[in-house]
Ligand binder design. Structure first.
Ligand code: NAD
Length: 257
C-alpha cells in the first residue's frame, strides 16, 4: 500500500529552510517535501557526498537545494550553513534533525561517547537555533526539533540518546516561551520509521517494534516529513511548544501493555 501523504500545495514558496541530517531518512524526505512545496532548502549533513547527491537530484526535479557538509555539533560549521542559506535569503524554517547513537548500556558507555551523543543530538539543536535566530525573528519563522519516542519510554542501550531526546523537549518548551511572539518552536517524536537507522537492527527486533505499533507497520520518512511540514507552515500558526507523536500509535500500545 502507498503511504505517501498527499501534497496540500506550495506552502513554502519564497521561503528558505535549513534541514540538518538531510542526506538520509527523515531529513531527506523533509528536504524533498519542502522543496516540492516551494522552499529553497539547505541540506546540512556530515555526509556531504550523500547530501550533494540529494541536492542535485532535487535540483534536477525542479526544486531549489544546496548541500553543506557540516557537523551540527561544531559551532564554526554553522557559519557555513548560514552563509549557504543566505545565498537563497533569510531563513524561515529550521528543522533540527541530525542524530547519532551508540547503543550501549550506561555502565559500559565511555564519557566521550556520552558527550558526543549529547553534542550532536542536543547541542546541535541549540547551536542551530542560536545561529539562525536573527533570521527566524525577522521572518517570524518556525523551528521543528526531531525528538523521539525514546524521550518518554526507556529502551535498553540508549541512555545518552534518550537523555538528549528528552532534553530536546525541555529545550523546545524553553525556546517556545522565550521567543513566543517571534519564533514558533515545536517537536516531532517519531516512532519506528524505516530508515538507515534500522540497518543494524535484527529482523526479530524489527518485527517486535512493528508489533508494538497500533497500525502494525513501520512509518515512512515521508509521513514524518508531512508532520514536520505542517508544524513548520502557517497552518500551525497557533501551535508552539508542542510535542507531536508520529509513531503509528507505538506509545499508546506501550502505555496500555
Ligand atoms: P538517518 O540515519 O537516516 O539520517 C540521519 C542523518 O544525520 C544522516 O544523513 C547522517 O549523516 C546525519 N548526521 C549524523 N551525525 C551528524 C552530524 N554530527 N552533523 C550533521 N549530520 C549528521 O536517520 P533517521 O531515522 O532519518 O533519523 C532522523 C531523526 O529522526 C533523528 O533525529 C532520529 O533520532 C529521529 N528518529 C528516528 C526514528 C526512526 O525510527 N528512524 C525514530 C525516532 C526518532
Amino acid at each position: 500500500m502507498d503511504h505517501s501523504p498527499r501534497l496540500p500545495g506550495a506552502r513554502f514558496t519564497g521561503r528558505t529552510a535549513v534541514i540538518t541530517g538531510a542526506a538520509s531518512g527523515i531529513g531527506a524526505a523533509t528536504a524533498e517535501r519542502l522543496t516540492q512545496e516551494g522552499a529553497a532548502v539547505v541540506l546540512a549533513d556530515i555526509d556531504g557526498g550523500r547530501g550533494t547527491a540529494l541536492a542535485e537530484r532535487i535540483t534536477r526535479d525542479g526544486g531549489t537545494a544546496r548541500s553543506v557538509t557540516a557537523d551540527v555539533a561544531a559551532e564554526e560549521d554553522w557559519e557555513r550553513i548560514v552563509a549557504a542559506a543566505h545565498g537563497f535569503g533569510p531563513v524561515d524554517v529550521l528543522v533540527s534533525n541530525a542524530y547519532t547513537v551508540d547503543v550501549t548500556p550506561a555502565h559500559e558507555m565511555s564519557l566521550p561517547s556520552w558527550q558526543r551523543q549529547l553534542d550532536v543530538n542536543l547541542t546541535g539543536g541549540f547551536l542551530g537555533f542560536r545561529a539562525l535566530l536573527p533570521d527566524l525573528r525577522e521572518r517570524r519563522g518556525a523551528v521543528v526539533l526531531t525528538s523521539s519516542v525514546h524521550a518518554h519510554k526507556g529502551i535498553p542501550g540508549h541512555p545518552a540518546y534518550a537523555a538528549a531526546k528528552g532534553a530536546l523537549l525541555s529545550l523546545c518548551g524553553q525556546l517556545a516561551v522565550e521567543y513566543g511572539g517571534q519564533v514558533r518552536v515545536n517537536a516531532v517524536l517519531p516512532g519506528p520509521v524505516l530508515t538507515a537507522a534500522w540497518d543494524r537492527v535484527s529482523p526479530e527486533d524489527r518485527e517486535r517494534s512493528i508489533a508494538e505499533t497500533a497500525v502494525g507497520r513501520f512509518g515512512t520518512p515521508a509521513e514524518v516529513a508531512a508532520a514536520i511540514a505542517f508544524l513548520a507552515g502557517d497552518e500551525a500558526s497557533f501551535i508552539t511548544g508542542a510535542h507531536l507523536l508520529v509513531d503509528g500509535g507505538w506509545s499508546v500500545v506501550k502505555a496500555s501493555a
